[in-house]
Design a protein around this ligand. Structure first.
Ligand code: FES
Length: 112
């Protein structure tokens, strides 16, 4: 299994979201890292409602009350679990990419 380096953990503020592009399974895809304390999880940056990216502008996410909000129609996803708790896709979740924190750095599983 190979991994792709995403970020130094110190560059991801607690309670925030950060966007990255990375090659997963041979394809360049937009990813979203969500951090709460020491826990960081990585997801495809694709809203389950209508398939849009979540951010307002490149790298700018709407964070509100422990959630990241999709800029398109307002779906709210918990940080860091990625569960939708409000909006048009309530009950669904962001699609997770296996990741790990190792020696202060965030890595994602690059797949094949
Ligand atoms: S595309 Fe995200 S709420 Fe509609």
């Amino acid at each position: 299994m190979s991994h792709v380096f995403l970020s130094v953990i110190d560059a991801l503020p607690d309670g925030a979201a950060a966007g990255f592009d990375a090659e997963v399974n041979g394809e360049q895809v937009p990813l979203l890292a969500l951090r709460r304390g020491a826990e960081v999880r990585v997801f495809h940056n694709v809203c389950p409602h209508a398939g849009r990216r979540l951010e307002v502008a490149p790298g700018r996410f709407i964070i509100d009350a422990g959630t990241v909000m999709c800029a398109a129609h307002g779906a709210c996803f918990t940080i860091p679990a990625g569960d939708c708790i409000a909006g048009p896709c309530r009950g669904q979740r962001l699609r997770e990419v296996p990741s790990e924190v190792r020696d202060g750095a965030l890595w994602v599983d690059a797949g094949r």
